[in-house]
Every structure is written in structure tokens, then in C-alpha cells.
Design a protein around this ligand. Structure first.
Ligand code: GUN
Length: 295
């Protein structure tokens, strides 16, 4: 079997082009420029890279962007003040607070302080709850991006066995809910596996689709998957490398070289899910600017 590579970078650029076109139309009609703000606390290398990429994408599609940098030592109170200021800033359509946050800050308090109407990450309990109940909401960017990839590549989900590995609030948990929904891109029989799962391989061997989102480089091996499986690799662990200018490279959760030959479709790292996360965030911001979710 030779796997088809799912080109997330290409699909992301296509989506960005469509959005750029729409922004031009909006500006032509006298509407204001969509505006995404990002809050970055501290200097974590991974977060720096992701936020820089989000800001660059804003420029590419014609959005206004603002980056608010706060020191690692910022208090929870100060960060909450920043969130409230962004909630009240009429020019900002949507904003994100890049995670993870330093240990002295309660992440859930910050997320709950974000106005759900501006929560383009889709992390606020109101957006998560509305997603579960099939109500209009911002869907968290990575799962949204993965569903979009499955759609673009016409990968059938209905009736398929899907194993999601990892139960994070950002990826695994919402992903399992989306794929089990009674919708065109759902109707999977979903098994959500995690660190306490017994005999994980007995589950993955039955899977038609595997979403690997546990953050452990090269975790999924060839002997854990059946022939013809669709593998979506969400892992983006930064490891030291002498091969790149930055001194780092991204490693996925899948041992790509040995798993790919057994797959019908597989996402690479980098260039698979990562660029789709950004495309989804930009899409959510456009929805926010057009007030399409919350009127
Ligand atoms: N950290 C890792 N992924 C994400 C994301 O999608 N949004 C935010 N805000 N932080 C993240």
C-alpha cells in the first residue's frame, strides 16, 4: 500500500487565499479590517514560533493583528486585566491567550474570563458546551482543522472505527466529540484512548482512522496499525537538531517512516495538522468579524 500524503500546508494556503479574497470584499464594502489579538506570556520557544506564525498569517490574509507580550512573572490579576481590556476593545474581533501559561496562573480562570464572542480558540466552557450540543460556536482550531482535512481529502468517516489517542481539552477531547456527531463529517464509532488505557494496540489495530495527539514523539509504530489505516499526527514536540537553522525540529507522535507504508492516508509533521490549526483560527476570526456565530 502506498500512502497518500495529506498536504495540510497546501490546504491551509488555499483557505487563506479564500479568506484574503473575502477580506478584500469586506474592505471594499466599507467594513472594518478583521482584527486578531494574541497574548503571549513569557518566552517559551514553541509558543513564540506558533504566535509568530499566527501573526504572519494575519498579515497574509489582510487582517490587523496585535501581539501583547507579558513577562513570565506576570500575575494572574494582571493577565486578567489584559483579558478584560481585550474583551472591551471594540476594534478587536477575536483574541487568543497562547497556552501553556506559567504554573502560577490558573489557565481555566483566564479562559473563563475571555468573552465567548471573542474566544476564537473555542476554549471557553460556553463554546465547548455549545459545540457538544450542536449549537453555533467557535470550534477549537486543531480539531476543526483536522475535520477540514478529512473533508478536503474525501475521507469517509461514517461507520468507521476511529481511535483518538490523548484526551487533552484542546485536541483529543473535542476531536472525539466531533467525530462521533451525527453529521456528514462524523458518525464514527470513537474510542478515546489515554494513559490509563489497557492494551492500546488492541484498539489501534481495529481502527480505520487514528488521531494521534498525546505529545510523545514517534509513539505510534507500524505493528500498532492495520493496513489501509488513515493516520492523523497531531504531535509537534520540539527536539534539538543539528539539521536546522533554528537548532530545533518538530517531531510528530507517529514513527512516520515505518507507519506510512501501511496507511491509505497520513499527515506529515511538519506540514500536516499544524498549518490547519492556523487556518482554522483565522477562519474563526473572520466569523467573529462578521458576527456570524454570535449576532
Ligand atoms: N497552545 C497549543 N495549541 C494552542 C492553540 O491552539 N491555542 C492556544 N491559545 N494555545 C495553544
Amino acid at each position: 500500500m502506498s500512502a497518500q500524503l495529506i498536504d495540510g500546508k497546501k490546504i491551509s494556503l488555499e483557505i487563506q487565499e479564500e479568506i484574503a479574497h473575502e477580506v478584500k470584499t469586506m474592505l471594499g464594502a466599507g467594513m472594518k479590517q478583521p482584527h486578531l489579538a494574541a497574548v503571549l506570556v513569557g518566552n517559551d520557544g514553541g509558543s513564540e514560533t506558533y504566535v509568530a506564525s499566527k501573526i504572519k498569517t494575519c498579515e497574509r490574509v489582510g487582517f490587523k493583528s496585535s501581539l501583547i507580550r507579558l513577562p513570565e512573572t506576570v500575575s494572574e490579576e494582571e493577565l486578567l486585566k489584559t483579558v478584560h481590556a481585550l474583551n472591551n476593545d471594540k476594534d478587536v474581533d477575536g483574541f487568543i491567550v497562547q497556552l501553556p501559561l506559567p504554573k502560577h496562573i490558573a489557565e481555566h480562570k483566564i479562559i473563563e474570563a475571555i468573552d465567548p464572542k471573542k474566544d476564537v480558540d473555542g476554549f471557553h466552557p460556553i463554546n465547548v458546551g455549545r459545540m457538544v450540543l450542536d449549537l453555533p460556536c467557535y470550534v477549537s482550531a486543531t480539531p476543526y482543522g483536522i475535520v477540514e482535512l478529512l473533508r478536503k481529502y474525501k475521507i469517509e468517516t461514517s461507520g468507521k472505527n476511529c481511535v483518538v489517542i490523548g484526551r487533552s481539552h484542546i485536541v483529543g477531547s473535542p476531536m472525539s466529540i466531533l467525530l462521533a456527531k451525527n453529521t456528514a463529517l462524523g458518525n464514527c464509532t470513537v474510542t478515546l484512548c489515554h494513559s490509563r488505557t489497557k492494551d492500546l494496540t488492541s484498539h489501534t489495530l481495529k481502527a480505520d482512522i487514528i488521531i494521534c495527539a498525546l505529545g510523545q514523539p514517534e509513539f505510534l509504530k507500524a505493528d500498532m496499525v492495520k493496513d489501509g489505516v488513515v493516520v492523523i499526527d497531531v504531535g509537534t514536540t520540539r527536539v534539538k537538531s543539528t539539521e536546522t537553522k533554528s537548532g530545533f525540529k518538530l517531531k510528530g507522535d507517529v514513527k512516520f517512516d515505518e507507519v506510512a507504508p501501511k496507511c491509505s492516508y497520513i499527515t506529515p509533521v511538519p506540514g500536516g495538522v499544524g498549518p490547519m490549526t492556523i487556518a482554522s483560527l483565522i477562519k474563526n476570526t473572520l466569523l467573529a468579524a462578521k458576527k456570524e456565530i454570535y449576532k
